[in-house]
Design a protein around this ligand. Structure first.
Ligand SMILES: CC(C)(COP(=O)(O)OP(=O)(O)OC[C@H]1O[C@@H](n2cnc3c(N)ncnc32)[C@H](O)[C@@H]1OP(=O)(O)O)[C@@H](O)C(=O)NCCC(=O)NCCS
Length: 185
């Protein structure tokens, strides 16, 4: 497995540049990190500006992955305007199994335009290509219909439903998805 993961930025898609975060991204990030609808099914709290600033600081170390357990966290920049409209993540979750875990979040005003798919597909391509992963998984709250639809569109398969998982103070049903390198198109 080639480590570290140090993709050449930007990773270009049709409409997006995926790249490392910079301090200048704070106001764009705050727009969606502070949105209760966006963070409803992700582990982050609804963030204040200071909490977003702190989260952004941590992302500087997440522009590369040096070992198992770390997340690669890339800003989703809309090339046309330069605005950061989301983030896409890939964790090196299991070195022995050559497995990664996908994550994503998009600004509410930019959803349902295919941008989540474009960013997530590019991250899967990086994971299976440059990083040599065999499998990429995703875990979500079973109520998160948007995320399930995106994973379906990516060709990922539902592998498990795990009931009664603690999440933000309640017990929820959790869905697990996976895709192998052979099935990725
Ligand atoms: C999940 C998320 C990234 C999807 O991004 P997006 O850019 O809106 O998704 P896309 O436009 O690329 O759509 C991908 C597919 O999902 C479908 N979809 C998107 N939102 C949907 C919704 N709310 N309900 C049902 N289907 C939805 C689209 O129709 C599309 O399928 P189709 O092409 O077959 O019609 C976005 O809703 C989001 O950021 N949600 C909040 C954060 C979150 O929950 N992250 C995931 C944690 S596991």
């Amino acid at each position: 497995m080639p480590l570290p993961w140090t993709p050449a930025f930007p990773v270009r898609t049709e409409r997006l540049d995926l790249r490392a975060h910079t301090p200048a991204d704070l106001s764009d990030l705050f727009e969606f990190h502070s949105d209760p609808e966006v963070v409803r099914y992700i582990p982050w709290p609804v963030r204040t500006l200071d909490e977003t600033r702190f989260a952004l600081l941590a992302k500087d170390a997440q522009k590369r992955v040096d070992s198992e357990g770390q997340w690669l966290v890339l800003a989703i920049e809309l090339r046309e305007t330069g605005k950061v409209v989301g983030e896409v993540l890939l964790k090196y979750s299991d070195e022995d199994a050559e497995e990664g875990e996908l994550g994503f979040a998009l600004h509410g005003g930019y959803q349902r335009r295919g941008l989540g798919y474009e960013a997530a597909h590019a991250m899967l391509a990086l994971g299976f290509g440059e990083f040599g992963l065999r499998t990429i998984t995703a875990t979500l709250d079973a109520r998160n219909a948007a995320s399930a639809a995106l994973l379906d569109k990516l060709g990922m398969t539902r592998t498990a439903l795990v009931p009664d998982r603690p999440f933000k103070g309640e017990l929820v049903d959790e869905l697990h998805y996976a895709i192998s390198s052979e099935r990725f198109v």
